[in-house]
Write a protein that binds this ligand. Structure first.
Ligand code: NAD
Length: 488
């Protein structure tokens, strides 16, 4: 069985880890590889290499740095199917979902190719007589990304291309549950022939995260994962003087007003709830109907019927398994809890029969109605294929319910009223808003936003926020007097 390695200083090296853990295919439990749970020595080696690499990289002109990204785009496109297959094997997504995530990753590479313009500074002539003032952006130094399991390829690309284009060197720490995808991508990036130490990858889990947060040469950390760990990373990293952006968990509500187009709404909502088996930070989770709800309820139940669950490389499969057996147990316990709180199961996906994949962590699409608004199911991030349906009388009460929640990643509304949509956009406390959209995922030019417990920090991933995150501003005030030129 292959033992995964670290990529440090331009080459693959063994980890200092003393224990390795199986990387499993969630549809079959087949062991795909062994991932080392690295330690501080691995981070030390990577940070040393990255510190040295930074010196050469920061003085490489930005127009030259982005040439590597143009090549990276082609490399990712040429290997799209192969990368997507790896994503399916280790994360359980369908092949189409895996390809879609890599297309989002490539969009970020393309956007970061605009860094020569995005990184430009500002200049004011004559802030006082004969004195000019200007601001330039310079890289931070060594930066690192700590990624979650649910987008093994895409999430690192919310940060990596911008970090490199801005002149930083980089350390990637993939999720230990899905380390194969970024290992494959870094293997491809080896062909780019970046200066040594500019790109590094360290395999591992908590010990590696702590070592990254504590290392004095690592200046910026981008984290994506669950809220409790995001808060931990933000607090600890900040205490160690680092710049941190930490995206956390989510519980995304969707309001359906009585004037929404029923067929379109239920189709979009179903895709949002069950895409990636509900393991998306932008998955719709609680569907809030306002007023009349019989028709939309029936339509949602009807749309779920016949949705095929199975192994993501089998052609007609629409939904894969959840990531681990523990995750499956957790999600099914939450469904049980919803029932014990008084919820009614309209569609029960517990322990589905998925022929040929009896060992897989499958849960079928589930719809549960009338759960209490302050109950466990209505307030906890489920991260599985469960649609909770609640009925509320007015849009004001619905918005109030949304704003009472802990998270603020995404909130959506379906309506044909521009006035109500505008009210919702103005009042809903969430960083990403969808209006007749089920997955309000910002494209690469916009920040991947997030409020409340869904984000700790100031600057988000993607777009101009990423350029700001990966640079520090230097302001120069400059005076040249005539008399100093006497000699010439
Ligand atoms: P996770 O928090 O368990 O793990 C994320 C990363 O943190 C991993 O690399 C892991 O090794 C590390 N980690 C885990 N526990 C740690 C600890 N105690 N101390 C230090 N490091 C630790 O998250 P996950 O289960 O991999 O991913 C799912 C979560 O990520 C969900 O909550 C989802 O909503 C969230 N997510 C959020 C966004 C967003 O943009 N807001 C995007 C994707 C996923």
């Amino acid at each position: 069985m292959e033992k995964l390695q670290n990529y440090i200083n331009g080459q693959w090296v063994d980890s200092h880890a003393d224990h390795f853990v199986n990387v499993l295919n969630p549809a079959t439990q087949e062991v795909l590889a062994l991932v080392p749970y690295g330690n501080e020595k691995d981070v030390e080696d990577a940070a040393d290499a990255a510190s040295k690499g930074f010196l050469e990289w920061r003085s490489t002109p930005v127009s030259k740095r982005v040439q590597y990204l143009f090549k990276l785009k082609t490399l990712l496109e040429d290997n799209l199917d192969d990368i997507a297959k790896t994503i399916v094997l280790e994360s359980g997504k369908t092949f189409l979902e895996a390809k879609a995530e890599m297309i989002r990753a490539i969009e970020n590479v393309e956007n970061a190719c605009g860094t020569p313009s995005l990184i430009q500074g500002e200049f004011s002539e004559d802030i006082a007589k004969g004195i000019d003032e200007y601001m330039i952006r310079q890289p931070l130094g060594v930066c690192a990304c700590i990624a979650p399991f649910n987008f093994p390829g895409m999430i690192t690309f919310w940060f990596l291309p911008y970090a490199l284009a801005c002149g930083n060197s980089y350390i990637i720490k993939p999720s230990e549950k899905v380390p194969l995808t970024m290992t494959k991508i870094v293997g491809l990036m080896h062909q780019l022939d970046l200066p040594k130490g500019v790109l590094n990858l360290v395999q591992g889990a908590r010990e590696v995260v702590d070592a990254i947060l504590e290392h004095q040469d690592i200046k910026g950390v981008s984290f994506v994962g669950s809220s409790n760990v995001a808060r931990y990373v933000y607090s600890k990293g900040s205490a160690y003087g680092k710049r941190i952006q930490a995206q956390g968990g989510a519980k995304n509500p969707v309001i359906v007003l009585p004037d929404a187009d029923i067929d379109m709404t239920s189709q979009i909502v179903i895709d949002s709830v069950y895409g990636c088996a509900g393991q998306r930070c932008l998955a719709a989770s609680t569907i809030i109907t306002v007023g009349e709800h019989k028709e939309i309820t029936e339509s949602l139940v009807e749309s779920v019927k016949g949705r095929k669950t199975g192994f993501g490389l089998d052609g007609d499969v629409q939904m894969g398994p959840v990531i681990t057996p523990e995750s499956k147990n957790r999600v099914q316990s939450l469904i049980n809890q919803g029932v014990s709180e008084g919820g009614r199961l309209l569609v029960d996906g517990r322990n589905p029969d998925v022929g040929g994949y009896e060992q897989g962590n499958f849960i079928g699409p589930t719809i549960i109605e009338d759960i209490p608004l302050d109950g466990e199911l209505a307030t906890t991030e489920i991260f599985g294929p469960v649609l909770s349906l609640v009925h509320i009388n007015t849009i004001d009460e619905a918005i109030q319910f949304i704003n009472s929640g802990r998270y603020g990643n995404m909130a959506c509304i379906f309506t044909s009223s521009g006035l109500n949509a505008r009210k919702f956009r103005h009042e809903a406390e969430a960083g990403n808003i969808g209006i007749n959209i089920g997955v309000a995922a910002p494209v690469a030019q916009f920040p991947f936003s997030g409020w409340k417990d869904s984000f700790y920090g100031d600057l988000h991933g993607q777009g101009k926020h990423a350029i700001e995150f990966f640079t520090q501003t230097k302001v120069v005030i400059e005076r040249w007097l005539k008399e100093w030129n006497r000699k010439f």
